[in-house]
Ligand binder design. Structure first.
Ligand SMILES: C[S@@+](CC[C@H](N)C(=O)[O-])C[C@H]1O[C@@H](n2cnc3c(N)ncnc32)[C@H](O)[C@@H]1O
Length: 252
């Protein structure tokens, strides 16, 4: 029990990996930020955007790097997080993002639908728990994005129904969960199940959260050196509370 009370830090090797991705995809990230600008401030502005700059860039780079055929997105709202993943699929030239949300922001989704990258998208207005007989689609999942119900019960359902079956299946699958480190270097109270799961299975993880002051500052400084984001943020929040981990992949 005592071990769960200790603060668990990010491993340097995962930090190195994210820095490498920034150097590798620097030009792509800068171009995409320009493409995202009208969705943030222009006529095509999305009203609901709850995904911050650093975590959105990392989400995009992980899709570019792992080239998933099938992404499952749980909690799409107006499609802002989705729009970053769709652009990566468009650039790869293949793959689908299946998004599920029972109460989306329809006016925003209509704007996303007009984008060329939307041909990689299938949206269903349904609760994630009812979207599939999940056990039958587990082997097809290549990337998992979770930003739906921020409750322990739902997070436990995600681990039991999606994450652990994917891990047992043995495929390398990136997993992203939002709102885990909210202005803090501690797992949010609804996310202790993730803390326990990651420790028990010795899975390393990464976050760009501003709760990890030194690491967050270093990442901002790397982006600045690479000339990313100098024109200002696309999102109004700078919390970047997502956690990222890769099932069945030893980060070296
Ligand atoms: C914080 S928002 C998602 C923000 C979005 N990722 C973005 O980039 O702006 C959470 C969304 O989860 C949806 N949601 C709530 N319960 C859900 C469930 N059981 N399955 C899927 N989505 C759910 C809500 O309707 C809401 O739109």
């Amino acid at each position: 029990m005592y071990q769960y009370l200790k603060i668990m830090r990010m491993e340097q090797k995962f930090i190195n990996k994210i820095e490498e991705l920034y150097k590798k995809y620097n030009n792509d990230v800068q171009s995409l930020r320009e493409e995202q600008r009208p969705l943030s401030f222009g006529d095509e502005k999305l009203e609901y955007r709850k995904y911050d700059d650093l975590e959105a860039e990392i989400l995009y780079m992980l899709v570019k790097e792992y080239k998933p055929s099938v992404i499952k997105e749980l909690g799409c709202a107006g499609g802002w997080s989705c729009s970053w993943m769709l652009q990566a699929l468009k650039e790869i030239g293949s793959g689908k993002c299946n998004s599920f949300d029972p109460a989306p922001v329809q006016s925003d989704l209509d704007k996303i639908k007009k984008l060329e990258r939307a041909k990689h998208w299938e949206f269903r207005s349904v609760q994630a728990q009812r979207a599939h007989m999940w056990h039958s689609v587990i082997p097809t999942i290549d990337f998992l994005f979770i930003d739906a119900l921020h409750e322990t019960k739902f997070h436990k359902w995600c681990i039991d129904t999606l994450i652990e079956p994917i891990r047992k299946n043995g495929k390398k699958v990136p997993v992203v969960v939002h709102d885990v480190f909210i202005n803090s270097d501690k797992f949010h109270s609804t996310c202790h199940v993730f803390d326990r799961y990651l420790r028990d299975n010795k899975i390393s993880w990464f976050t760009a959260s501003d709760g990890f002051k030194t690491e967050h500052k270093n990442l901002l400084s790397l982006r600045n050196t690479l000339s990313i984001g100098r024109e200002g943020n696309l999102s109004s929040s700078t919390k970047n509370p997502s956690i990222f981990f890769i099932l069945n992949d030893k980060i070296e």
